[in-house]
Design a protein around this ligand. Structure first.
Ligand SMILES: Nc1ncnc2c1ncn2[C@@H]1O[C@H](COP(=O)(O)OP(=O)(O)OP(=O)(O)O)[C@@H](O)[C@H]1O
Ligand SMILES: [Mg+2]
Length: 360
């Protein structure tokens, strides 16, 4: 899978640009604050429907403008696809796929698969459970549309349930609460089991990289913790058993929206016990595993987006990453061209300066 053209209009600091990247490595270089990450972000947005830096749309619109527009053309094998995203302040984001309007975000996700490497990745390990849930949810959604739909349904019911739990006269609505819990158990069962299955598969690749990067001294595992359990019976029982507790707390306390997974190296949670280096290795391995799992599940390698990561890695890890990007379309941002001038892979250079991009 690869991108053949990118067009941006009033997106972040870009007024209007169009570039035609090549199948191999595309080096986006330039000084700080010129638009390198903004370009990467627009690709990620076309892939997942959202920015990796903000959940809001307004910051994406160029200052003093009203509408941003992104058009990305690409190919899967030899079948072309076109993604268009248009957002006008105060209105709903419009998405078109191959010229036809898309009403559900789920139809977009999975068309252009990407794996992003950015300095913020470390948060998957260091931050709380919501970062890890976001990671796994986006990853599974990229390979399984059904998962994304179920997730949306689940989130909608949780929202309704929370509104109900906040009512002062909640005791009048116990029957409705039971109806919500019944619906929750169905979607939760699906989500929990998909996450567990998927993480198990991802962990195999993850472990492969941990071993390689540590010269076989370390091994990696990933374990999922479900607050509800994972059989239908356990899920229903946990919800029933904690009904009063949830009523007292006025919020829904159990379910995939509260779950977490642990990343372990040599049986120890990297978040709690890992050194800086181990945490970096873990996050790099997790990202590399993401490439493998997308290939395994969809049959295509994803487009790789490397934002400012090479400079943070030591030589051996950098070599490793360089090896891994071979034969995949990759966008790399850097402030320096010279580090890549002798790159063995076929590289196209794009110079970014104040919202302008020139092929060099
Ligand atoms: N909505 C917007 N309208 C106009 N300019 C914006 C908007 N959002 C961000 N910018 C500006 O875009 C510029 C480029 O940002 P970007 O993050 O792409 O820089 P960069 O080239 O990746 O730099 P660095 O090397 O520091 O990471 C910044 O100066 C930022 O202030
Ligand atoms: Mg940047």
């Amino acid at each position: 899978m690869y991108i053949t053209s990118i067009k941006l209009k009033n997106y972040r600091n870009y007024e209007e640009i169009k570039i035609s990247p090549l199948k191999d490595i595309n080096l986006i270089y330039g000084k700080n604050a010129q638009g390198k990450t903004n370009l990467i972000e627009s690709i990620y947005l076309a892939s997942t429907g959202r920015s990796h830096r903000t959940s809001k749309e307004i910051p994406l619109v160029k200052e003093n403008e009203e509408v941003y527009y992104i058009k990305i053309k690409g190919k899967k094998e030899d079948i072309p696809f076109t993604i268009e995203i248009k957002y006008k302040k105060g209105e709903k984001k419009q998405i078109k796929l191959n010229n036809l309007p898309v009403t559900r975000l789920g139809e977009l996700i999975g068309v252009l698969n990407t794996v992003i490497f950015s300095p913020e990745d470390l948060q998957i390990i260091k931050q709380g459970p919501s970062e890890r849930r976001r990671f796994i949810d986006i990853l599974i959604s990229q390979t399984n549309n059904q998962y994304f739909y179920q997730l949306q349904i689940y989130q909608r019911i949780i929202k309704q349930k929370n509104a109900l739990l906040k009512k002062k006269d909640i005791n009048k609505y116990i029957e409705l609460l039971d109806v919500y819990n019944e619906k929750i158990s169905e979607t939760a069962f699906f989500i929990i089991n998909e996450r567990m299955k998927f993480l198990k598969k991802t962990a195999v690749f993850f472990n492969k990289y941990i071993k390689k990067l540590s010269n076989n001294k370390e091994f990696g595992e990933i374990t999922y913790f479900s607050s509800l359990g994972n059989t239908m019976d356990e899920i229903k029982k946990t919800l029933e058993k904690n009904k009063k507790k949830e009523i007292r707390s006025n919020i829904s306390l159990y379910g995939p929206h509260r779950d977490d997974f642990t990343i372990l190296i040599n049986n120890k949670d990297v978040k709690q016990y890992g050194s800086q280096g181990q945490q970096r290795t873990a996050v790099l391995s997790l990202k590399l595993a993401e490439i493998d799992i997308i290939k395994k599940e969809t049959g295509y390698y994803p487009v790789l987006l490397l934002d400012d990561v090479m400079s943070e890695l030591d030589i051996s890890r950098r070599k490793f990453l360089t090896e891994s990007i071979k034969t995949k379309q990759t966008f790399i941002t850097s402030t320096e061209k010279k580090n890549y001038a002798n790159f063995k892979e076929k590289t196209t250079f794009f110079y970014v300066h104040n919202g302008q991009i020139d092929k060099r």
